[in-house]
Design a protein around this ligand. Sequence first.
Ligand SMILES: Nc1ncnc2c1ncn2[C@@H]1O[C@H](COP(=O)(O)OP(=O)(O)O)[C@@H](O)[C@H]1O
Ligand SMILES: Cc1ncc(COP(=O)(O)OP(=O)(O)O)c(N)n1
Length: 268
Amino acid sequence: MTIPKAMTIAGSDSGGGAGIQADLKTFQELGVFGTSAITAITAQNTLGVQGVYPLPLEAIGQQIDSVLSDIGTDAVKTGMLFSANIISLVADKLNRYGPYPLVLDPVMIAKGGAALLQQEAVEALRRELLPIATVLTPNVPEACAILGSQEIGSVEQMIEAAKRLHELGPRYVFLKGGHLDGEEAVDVLYDGSEAILYRSPRIRTKHTHGTGCTTASAIAAGLAKGLAVTDAVSEAKRFITAAIASGLEIGKGIGPTHHAALRLSSAK
Ligand SMILES: Nc1ncnc2c1ncn2[C@@H]1O[C@H](COP(=O)(O)OP(=O)(O)O)[C@@H](O)[C@H]1O
Ligand SMILES: Cc1ncc(COP(=O)(O)OP(=O)(O)O)c(N)n1
């Protein structure tokens, strides 16, 4: 039996709601075989990030070599990359083994405020990874950081920002609107000519830990299955909306989304 394969290159979240753990759960739920290269270990729970431990470059490079030289992959998703050196290493490996459909989630700051990307690494991200990304998936604060500050407070401003981000090289920009207010959670997909809006009712819950990682890995799963980007994004939006609607009251803080929610609701 064959199965589509997706690889995540990201940080570990000991609390299980974001990072590598969210990515692998999402791949599994969406029928894709998941592999991983861990860039950093975080000691993390629903209350925040208590510690960040980047792995040696050699360990990160070896994990990527082990996976891509043998198993291969149909798509790659990157998450927490932490430093300019890790970004350069990942870009180098993807250029050497790829090209692959690449979903680049420019993880910078966890919801609790912990830095998951060093400030000086933003330029390396812009220069080395944006040009090879199939889909760039920033949230609003990440879009502002990549663009070097621009006010994004409305869907119109999201579209303008997506256009500017597209000029930096990714084939598609998927700018997520979870951080804006309003009755709907509206995301923008821009391909260089057309902006498509993806809308869902805004769910009133505090349990949203890992929404960005889960959305990006759901898009990567779709690309691994050979879906067009627009269809992969539609499937990811359905997946994350169901996962947020069933957010889990685990721990004392911001709980994770429920990765099995869409499957369990379809089984009824
Ligand atoms: N409260 C919510 N209700 C419904 N959808 C949401 C909510 N919060 C976020 N989303 C959706 O979750 C996805 C991730 O968005 P966002 O929260 O902006 O990313 P991040 O986790 O990277 O900050 C997007 O599709 C967004 O529209
Ligand atoms: C190890 C690790 N990677 C990424 C994140 C950020 O995840 P995200 O999906 O943006 O969710 P929040 O942390 O913002 O809830 C993380 N926390 N840890």
